[in-house]
Design a protein around this ligand. Structure first.
Ligand code: PEP
Ligand code: MN
Length: 338
């Protein structure tokens, strides 16, 4: 439900409307559409909508068409500026590439990688410190020490950093070191984590679950925005199919579909999307051609020695070649590389 306010709606009338929404346990979202102030209350019951229509200060009460009212493309003016992370803007004309190793392993490894990806044109440094591994016996990441190494390597190269947070209890420590909080595929529907990153107020990179529908991804993003954080970037990273020739099946269709449905920026992770180093550049170029606002690419100085995801990590030379190949594709769809 959206309450469209009268042009002369006073502050006390607004407070009264918000109070009525919050009293039934919902959150009120103020925004503007075409110069008119509105208060949205996704999930409002019919009786609340009927009651609000009689409030002074309310010009009209409109139903909301989508289950994901806050992230839907028609959702208001708020988001069109894109999502800013340090100097990078997701959703502008520039394609934003985040790159780095799957996991932060040592100071030397992350520093070397940061220099390589920065020199090749990456705008963010990625690297996992808290790793969600399928096996409990696999390398789990360096934890807080990894966050510190990542932040230091980012600062040394002028790159903001993005890293995964796997539990609500760790949101604070990750947010102290990272410029952008990644919610991974395995946690896309961890609703308490979604709320926690929503309340923390750092830009969020939300990856599609490997068995999640587009609508489920949008509803997961809705949790973050509903918790108070509009700065969400979505990431297509492949879904699980019957074919084991690749690690996942990269759903290129998801990109234009998401761009149609939501104002949120959409990026692609071809590394996890196919899991095969030699295929990554092809999938990356397809994603840009399909309208992606950015890429997340795994790069390791020596992929054969990587503690995780070596087979899908690009070598430094592979990453430079990929970056050099992207500009003509970006330009063909009205974008450019940074
Ligand atoms: C990652 O980006 O390192 C990662 C674990 O990705 P996903 O959550 O998409 O598997
Ligand atoms: Mn990985």
């Amino acid at each position: 439900m959206i309450a469209l306010l009268t042009l002369d709606c006073s502050l006390s009338e607004k407070a009264h409307i918000i109070d009525a929404i919050e009293r039934v346990g919902l959150r009120a979202h103020l925004d503007r559409l075409e110069g008119r102030e509105r208060i949205g209350a996704p999930g409002a019951p019919a009786e609340l909508a009927r009651s609000l229509a009689t409030f002074s200060g309310v010009a009209d009460v409109l139903p909301q068409e989508n289950a994901y009212a806050l992230v839907a493309r028609s959702g208001g003016e708020l988001p069109e500026n894109g999502v800013r992370v340090g100097p990078a803007v997701f959703g502008g004309t520039e394609i934003v590439v985040s790159a780095g190793p799957c996991a932060v392993e040592t100071a030397a490894q992350i520093e070397e990688t940061a220099q390589i990806v920065a020199a090749a044109g990456a705008r963010l440094l990625r690297g996992g410190a808290f790793k969600p591994r399928t096996s409990p016996y696999s390398f789990q990441g360096l934890g807080e020490e990894g966050l510190e190494l990542l932040a230091r390597a980012g600062a040394a190269t002028g790159l903001p950093v993005v890293t995964e947070v796997v539990s609500p209890a760790e949101v604070e420590v990750v947010a102290e070191h990272a410029d952008m909080l990644q919610v991974g595929a395995r946690n896309m529907q961890n609703f308490s984590l979604l709320r926690a990153v929503g309340e923390r107020g750092r830009p969020v990179l939300l990856k599609r679950g490997m068995m999640s529908t587009i609508e489920e991804l949008l509803l997961a993003a809705e949790y973050v925005v509903d918790a108070g954080n509009p700065d969400v970037v979505l990431c297509e990273r492949g879904i699980r199919s019957f074919d084991r020739a690749t690690r996942n099946t990269f759903d290129v269709t998801a990109i234009p579909l998401l761009k149609r449905e939501t104002h949120l920026p959409v990026i692609a992770d071809p590394s996890h999307g196919c899991g095969v180093r030699e295929l990554v550049p092809h999938v990356a170029r397809a994603a840009i051609a399909a309208g992606a606002d950015g890429l997340m690419i795994e790069v390791h100085p020596r992929p054969d020695e990587a503690l995780s995801d070596g087979p899908q990590s690009l070598t430094p030379q592979g990453f430079r070649e990929l970056m050099a190949s992207l500009d003509p594709i970006a330009r063909s769809v009205g974008r450019r590389m940074g």
